[in-house]
Ligand binder design. Structure first.
Ligand code: CUA
Length: 169
């Protein structure tokens, strides 16, 4: 003797279960393509720093003597950028120049409050949090000017907080 049980599923419910399953697959494919094929990365918190001394400690990469662009090898750069409300809503430095095809790793931190860092027409888009270093790498293959802006509201000077990366041919 066998007992056979089957669960009743309403046709509408069945349809929505199938739609939900398909959406999960679509999302998984989209995330995989973005991450592995298009190289879209999430900003990495790179290290912790003390916002009170990050711009004044002579050993800090964001000290006025050290901040800015460093060439590691031809076409490979690191850019240490300080976001500052205390010094008049500025990125320091607010202009860097590299040749086309360069790869730049940005290390951005704040000495006061929360800022943002978005480099136009690239995937570089990160929050800049005091005490934390935001890190992202980008390759700029075409020449031109790429503006970067603060996109986290940081007070009355927020709108003037911007700079640019100049990419020369
Ligand atoms: Cu800094 Cu908005």
């Amino acid at each position: 003797m066998t007992t056979k049980t089957s669960m009743h599923i309403d046709p509408y419910e069945r349809t929505w279960m199938i739609v939900s399953g398909v959406m999960l697959v679509v999302f998984l494919v989209a995330v995989s393509v973005a991450g592995f094929a298009m190289g879209i990365q999430l900003p990495n918190p790179d290290r912790r720093v003390d916002p009170a001394t990050v711009a004044t400690d002579p050993n800090s990469p964001w000290h006025p003597d050290n901040v800015g662009l460093r060439e590691l090898s031809p076409g490979k750069y690191e850019a240490y950028i300080l976001a500052s409300q205390l010094q008049g809503w500025r990125f320091i430095p607010n202009e860097i120049t590299v040749p086309a095809g360069s790869t730049i790793t940005f290390y951005v931190t704040s000495q006061d409050l929360q800022h943002g860092f978005k480099l136009e027409n690239t995937n570089v888009n990160m929050m800049v949090i005091p005490g934390q270093v935001s890190k992202l790498t980008v390759t700029l293959s075409s020449s031109g000017e790429y503006n970067f802006i603060c996109h986290e509201y940081c007070g009355s000077g927020h709108a003037i907080m911007y700079g640019k990366v100049i990419v020369t041919p």
